[in-house]
Design a binder for this molecule. Structure first.
Ligand SMILES: [Zn+2]
Ligand SMILES: [Zn+2]
Length: 372
């Protein structure tokens, strides 16, 4: 979907001032707030859209970039809206307090940072991609340190309250209509200062550990697809929600089949006798081998379709076809007898293989014969 114009989203004209932007955003945020529209994805989309527009237009530099170069100018400067609603609350949490008289979402966790997202690649084979699979995965991620129970302080000592932020982890600045909160730089948002660090985790409160996870891979996946495991990323250092784990799927190619969307292509060599006379042959599929009828008079390259034997789609129950491309092989080693038979075969068809005809004559003959 094409991105809408930020001024249109907030119903403003391009000459609007800061006050008008705030007012317009406030109105939109009130109307589409997720707490007022539970389960309404349309409202959520409008809410996100409005937040993004506000984020850009309230910032003089971003607004100037947008005015001059549009969405492209912003994205090439590294700006990318909000990935989800909780992002909006962590950016504008205090603004919502001002707007609604209650917290962003009535929870204090909007104050603490989410843990980091993790990424990992998972390689599966072709058949697993077709039918779905369950895979065990080892993920290296931070876990709370057992020695200090995650406090980061040497056992027997405890962390002191940060005097700069009074233990809240946030510094607040009044700025006219708004209260802006920033993460306290002294305690990095934890609200605590460690005087004697735990030796196991060097005061970090977390250690790197490998964890085994079982991942369900749905059928129909393809290379480049990314699965998201919510909450399986790094834990948050400030008591916020953990990050997510993203799994990049890589599907290994099959030695026989090639995937084309939901269809499978199988290239099947056949003899020219099978091509001429027709035949029943056994062919492999992703499941059980099945019989395929080669029609009489098949030309090399022709495709026979086998419905219902393709690849599964990622959604729903649709399944593509197996496209069997028949490739006629010309024999290269002939016995004396076979050669005689072929010469006889040619003479029977009015062709004289001994006569040295030019290639052009033969080509013309071929077209002559195909027409009649
Ligand atoms: Zn520790
Ligand atoms: Zn602090």
């Amino acid at each position: 979907m094409a991105k809408r114009d930020y001024y249109d989203i907030l119903g403003l004209d391009r000459t609007c001032d800061e006050g008008e932007i705030k007012k317009a955003y406030r109105k939109m945020a009130m109307q589409f707030h997720p707490d007022r529209n539970p389960g309404d994805s349309e409202a959520e989309a409008r809410f996100k859209e409005a937040a993004e527009a506000y984020e850009v237009l309230r910032d003089t530099q971003k607004r100037r970039l947008y005015d001059q170069y549009g969405h492209e100018g912003l994205s090439s400067s590294g700006f990318h809206g909000f990935s989800d609603v909780s992002d909006i609350f962590s950016s504008f949490g205090d603004l919502f307090e001002d707007f609604f008289g209650f917290g962003g979402r009535g929870r204090s966790s909007t104050r603490s940072r989410r843990g980091a997202d993790l990424r990992q690649t998972l390689t599966i084979d072709f058949t697993e991609a077709a039918f779905g699979t369950s895979k065990d995965l080892e993920v290296e991620r931070s876990e709370p340190c057992e020695t200090c129970s995650g406090s980061g302080a040497k056992p027997g000592t405890s962390a002191a309250r940060c005097t700069h932020c009074g233990g809240t982890g946030q510094l607040r600045h009044a700025q006219g209509f708004f209260t802006i909160a920033t993460v306290c730089a002294y305690c990095r948002g934890t609200g605590k200062v460690i005087e004697q660090a735990c030796k196991t985790c060097r005061g970090q409160g977390v250690v790197q550990k490998r964890k085994r996870l079982s991942v369900k891979v749905p059928r129909g996946v393809d290379s480049g697809l990314r699965l998201r495991l919510p909450g399986e990323g790094d834990p948050s250092s400030g008591g916020g929600p953990p990050g997510d784990l993203y799994i990049d799927i890589e599907v290994q190619p099959h030695e026989l089949f090639e995937r084309q969307g939901e269809d499978l292509v199988l290239r099947l060599p056949i003899s020219f006798v099978q091509a001429a006379l027709g035949a029943e042959v056994e062919i492999p599929t992703l499941e059980q081998p099945t019989m395929l009828t080669i029609p009489r008079g098949t030309q090399s390259g022709e495709v026979v379709r086998v419905p219902g034997q393709g690849f599964y789609g990622l959604r729903g129950n649709s399944r593509g076809e197996l496209l069997v491309q028949l490739l006629v092989k010309t024999p290269t080693r002939l016995t004396k007898r076979q050669e005689e038979l072929l010469v006889e075969f040619a003479q029977e068809g009015g062709e004289n293989p001994d006569k040295k005809k030019s290639l052009l004559d033969k080509t013309l003959d071929f077209f002559e014969k195909s027409i009649h």
